[in-house]
Design a protein. Sequence first.
Length: 205
Amino acid sequence: MSTDRSGLMMRVAEVEQAASLKGDVSASPLQRDLERGLRFAHVMMSINQLEGREGAIFARALAELLVGKGMLAQEELQTMMSQVRQRMEAQPAPKVMLARTEDKYGGEHTVLLDCASRIHICKAKCCALNFYLTDQDLDEGIVRWDYGRPYWIQKGEDGYCVHCDRGTWRCRVHSYRPYVCRAYDCRNDERIWLDFERMIPNPEL
Ligand code: SF4
Ligand code: SF4
């Protein structure tokens, strides 16, 4: 089983590598994104195949062994399945993730801060944080996601969201911005502020 685990870890590393590749620099950004996305999809398919096959082999061998020996009790099997499931969930694995939120246009969750008076200090660092989009964002097709890490917000090479205007730090898709951009409250986020009220930013900004 250790060989299978090391095989899986290699595949995880391949996904990470595929996600970080810049692709052919002479190609258009769309072509590069598609290339990265296809690589991600193919590596994920191959991981799923590998894991599925190994799981089937293991389950069949175990069942045949236990049936052959007359040793299998349903209760013991359930307990063991639960323990194995917990161990497997703790293993690192590349995931396709979507955030689950209420309707982003609902309004109740929207946090209103006077960003304009602070943005020269915080440099809109909130727009360099990582988060996943929702079904609603994907359906709208306006906010862009990272093809190499579906469905993470797409970032530029400087680590900022691609929708953040680098001259003004304003959001270029403000009306369509994701749920988390509406609900995020930086006041107690130590990654941004040492002291929000006194406008003292984290020196690592
Ligand atoms: S870090 Fe806070 S104050 Fe600065 S732009 Fe983001 S939400 Fe506004
Ligand atoms: S969508 Fe807009 S508000 Fe949200 S991270 Fe990007 S630039 Fe910032």
